[in-house]
Design a protein around this ligand. Structure first.
Ligand SMILES: Nc1ncnc2c1ncn2[C@@H]1O[C@H](COP(=O)(O)OP(=O)(O)O)[C@@H](O)[C@H]1O
Ligand SMILES: [Mg+2]
Length: 383
């Protein structure tokens, strides 16, 4: 059964992904209710209704469920008990078992390796003894990552010599972790794909992601990789979605090693920062595609209309003063997205800009020039 425009979509989480999902849902004629533990969220600001409550408030969850026709997410770390409470009353996509797997790096990697999908060598670490064994098996350099709640490189540390491992584990409060081989990267790419009703599948082309301090900095669409790697990355994404029998959107982050091998880094069962370019550069953005998938509508066309590049705007850009908006917007073909966050902190994603171009590199040149213009404050020359 399709959930048609005019119906109400419930979104768990109130961040910028929820905001862009909400804005798209409004364009399509839906009502949107947000459920989030935080007040004054980027998504809540644009939704029809924002409910604030902890994810373990069963009563508030039930009231939320009663008022919506389908529930989806913008954030994968929603307690599974909350998802199950909701699922008893209303369809939830992606399904709870998908989030349960993706919430824990150890479970995610075990699931992927069971499917025979290539990964960096890893071990699950829950004690000092396991850390020591894992270190012997994996060797240095390696990366220690908390199993849960990691994002933008938080909760991870690179270990170059064995004596750094225990202090790193202690700094993570000896929380359950994975220790993985450090990969010398040629580049990083991601694939976003949707799976709708009756197993319908649709993928965006792989894009290239460049990070700064473990945070996505720039995405180039499409990635400049061989047709063979492109097909392989999409086939792996499809295999994962089918094995999960999931409905919704999945982003698969890949490493490409220096000898050209594709390794899966991690999964995000939702829209992804590396897909923001799709708002301007495709007929059906990742946000619309997630809505179509969860509502059981035909999937949209993911084809790239023109090469594009996206650059994140982090709170650092606000460190001297308000960014120089007029100078940034004076650059041709650049679209600005701001998330309505009240406080700019270093490393916090405040917005992004996207440019189209004749090639991904040409688009990147434009978007980077626009971002530089934002941070150049020419006090007496404000446009
Ligand atoms: N094993 C690794 N080898 C090399 N680089 C890595 C490795 N793990 C993480 N990184 C770098 O750190 C970034 C963030 O790590 P990731 O595991 O994706 O965590 P997060 O959940 O913070 O996105 C990656 O995109 C990559 O640039
Ligand atoms: Mg990542």
């Amino acid at each position: 059964m399709s959930i048609l425009p005019g119906s109400t979509i419930g979104i768990l989480g109130g961040g910028q992904l929820g905001r862009m999902l909400t804005l798209t849902a409004k364009r399509l004629g839906y009502q949107v209710h947000i459920f989030s533990p935080d007040f004054d969220t980027p998504a809540g600001e644009v939704a029809d209704l924002a409910i604030t409550g902890p994810y373990n408030d069963t009563e508030a969850l039930s009231r939320f469920a009663q008022a919506v026709d389908v529930v989806t997410i913008e954030f994968e770390n929603i307690p599974v008990t909350a998802l199950k409470t909701l699922e008893a009353q209303v369809p939830v996509y992606p399904q709870p078992h998908v989030l349960e797997m993706a919430q824990h790096r150890g479970r995610e990697k075990a699931f992927l390796s069971q499917l025979g999908i290539p990964l960096a060598a890893f071990r699950v670490v829950a004690s000092e003894a396991e850390l020591s064994d894992a270190l012997t098996e994996i060797g240095c350099p390696c990366v220690l990552k908390t199993a849960g709640f990691g994002y933008d490189g938080k909760g991870q540390s690179k270990i170059t010599t064995p004596d750094q491992a225990l202090p790193a584990f202690n700094a993570l409060q000896q929380a359950p972790c994975t220790l993985e081989q450090f990969i010398t990267l040629d580049r990083e790419i991601s694939v976003i794909a949707a799976r709708g009703a009756n197993g319908a599948f649709s993928a965006y082309r792989p894009v290239e992601n460049q990070h700064q301090n473990h945070i996505l900095d720039v995405t180039l669409a499409p990635a400049s990789i061989s047709a063979e790697l492109e097909a392989q990355a999409i086939a792996i994404t499809r295999q994962i979605m089918e094995a999960l029998d999931m409905r919704g959107l999945l982003c698969v982050e890949f490493f490409i090693t220096q000898d050209g091998q594709l390794l899966v880094n991690e999964l995000a069962p939702r829209t992804h920062n590396s897909g923001h370019y799709s708002i301007e550069a495709t007929a059906c953005s990742q946000f619309e595609q997630q809505l179509r998938a969860v509502c059981g509508l035909p999937l949209g066309n993911p084809e790239l209309i023109k090469p594009a590049a996206m650059a994140n705007l982090l709170g650092d850009l606000w460190s001297n003063d308000e960014p120089h908006w007029a100078a940034g917007l004076a650059q041709a073909d650049v679209s600005l997205h701001l998330y309505g966050k009240k406080e700019a902190r270093p490393g916090r994603k405040m917005g992004h800009i996207t440019a189209l171009g004749s090639s991904p590199e040409a688009a990147a040149t434009k978007v980077l020039a626009a971002r530089s213009a934002l941070s150049v404050i020419l006090k007496n020359q404000q446009i």
